[in-house]
Design a binder for this molecule. Structure first.
Ligand code: URA
Length: 189
């Protein structure tokens, strides 16, 4: 396991998969490194690739608004990272080979942060982190526990933007996250 400096340096200079050739910047992760709540997305889009930070585009703006409803903020109490740290061309889903090449970095981030709660944003992250056959439409908002870490998946912000009928479900999932934080976290609120 690498420390934060080693890990960030390794990510920023990574050449383990072909995404390294087309990326502008690596979106390593953002937020306090002692956060009790960690959010995991799929991979950088265009804005994230240009700025080197997860969830800074249109979906990121919605995510920030959603987090604000339950008093979460990437500057103070939630850490945000992705399954893959470099942008897949045309925003296609990251290939399994790309996820395999990159997942060690996320595992190292989780090992350093030791979050109490992990929230997967969308099906790609949920299938990687919670279980391989995760069905986002059926299983969003359900809690799972893996070696003492509470996990759930919510709809990806981009999916909510595509279909606003998902908003009420997203709100219920946020309230469930808020309740779980009150149960298991000691310094988030
Ligand atoms: N979508 C993701 O899954 N992650 C980002 O960082 C941006 C968009």
């Amino acid at each position: 396991m690498l420390n934060w400096n080693e890990l960030e340096q390794a990510c920023l200079s990574c050449q383990k998969c072909p995404l390294a050739e087309t990326r502008h910047k690596v979106a390593f992760g953002v937020g306090p490194r002692d956060a009790e709540v960690m959010l995991i997305g799929e991979g950088p889009g265009e804005n994230e690739d240009l700025q080197g930070e997860p969830f800074v585009g249109r979906g990121g703006q919605l995510l920030d608004e959603m987090l604000e409803i339950i008093d979460l903020d990437r500057k103070t109490n939630v850490y945000i990272a992705n399954i893959v740290k470099c942008r897949p061309p045309q925003n296609r889903d990251p290939l399994n080979t790309e996820q395999d090449a990159c997942i060690g970095y996320l595992r190292n981030q989780v090992a350093l942060i030791r979050p109490k709660i992990i929230v997967c944003l969308g099906r790609i992250a949920a299938m990687r982190v919670i279980k391989e056959d995760f069905k986002i439409s059926r299983e969003h908002g359900q809690w799972f526990e893996r070696s003492g870490v509470h996990m759930m998946a919510m709809f990806h912000p981009a999916a909510i933007l595509r279909d606003p009928r998902r908003r009420p479900d997203a709100f219920l999932d946020l309230k469930s996250l808020q309740a779980k934080i009150r149960q298991v976290c000691t310094h988030t609120y």
